[in-house]
Design a protein around this ligand. Structure first.
Ligand SMILES: Cc1cc2nc3c(=O)[nH]c(=O)nc-3n(C[C@H](O)[C@H](O)[C@H](O)COP(=O)(O)O)c2cc1C
Length: 194
């Protein structure tokens, strides 16, 4: 049997990768300052042998480039539902392709749109269309997270079966300490593969 070193030298997947084959993760990304951490999540998932497709909001792509997300996921990034190249109705295809949908980071506004059952963008539309389990990983200021509007939206989505992973307590983009920080990318990767 090849040693782990030999395996790496031969360009093989790392140990454990085989068991992750068949995991098809649809990663949704929205316009939070934490969007760059989605790159680490994609990398971790791909490294573990999962297939990853990315659906990003237009605002997410103001924080991270489609090029970076494409190179890391090894696939084109989906964002514009009206893209003529997405003639095969990407939102429906992505929704049925995924074995799990993970949205990281999820903005307060995206959470509100999802809780309203909106289908205003590709990501929202596929969330409504999928039958795969959905995990939402919020990232925002603690005031936004604690606002009664957000609390109500989260409870509504939980009632529809969405899981919330985080947010966790820690240093926020503002420099303050509080609840609102995106769950650690490594933890999101581990949960996505579980
Ligand atoms: C620099 C910057 C950082 C932001 N960070 C966050 C954030 O961490 N969480 C959040 O909910 N909104 C954040 N916002 C606001 C969202 O970008 C804004 O609500 C946007 O409409 C969300 O779009 P989307 O949900 O379609 O991606 C930030 C805005 C800016 C300009």
């Amino acid at each position: 049997m090849a040693s782990p070193r030999e395996g790496r030298q031969a360009g093989k997947r790392p140990a454990g990768a085989r068991s992750r084959q068949g995991k098809r993760i649809l990663l949704g990304i929205s316009g939070s300052i934490a969007a760059y951490k989605a790159c680490l999540i994609i990398r971790g998932l791909v490294k573990a042998g999962a297939e990853v497709k990315v659906a990003a909001t237009a605002n997410a792509l103001r924080f991270v480039t489609p090029l970076t997300l494409s190179v890391l996921s090894r696939r084109p990034v989906h964002s514009d539902g009206f893209d003529p190249q997405a003639w095969d109705m990407a939102h429906l295809n992505l929704a049925s392709w995924a074995t799990r949908v993970v949205i990281a980071p999820a903005t307060v506004d995206l959470i509100a749109r999802l809780a309203a059952g909106r289908a205003s963008g590709l990501l929202e539309a596929l969330v409504l269309s999928t039958r795969a389990p959905i995990a939402i990983c919020p990232a925002m200021d603690s005031e936004m997270w604690e606002h009664p509007a957000t609390r109500a939206n989260v409870e509504r989505l939980r009632g529809w079966g969405c899981e919330f992973w985080g947010p966790v307590e820690g240093e926020l983009a503002s420099g303050k300490i509080g609840v609102g920080r995106l769950m650690e990318p490594s933890e999101i990767v581990a949960r996505s593969l579980a």
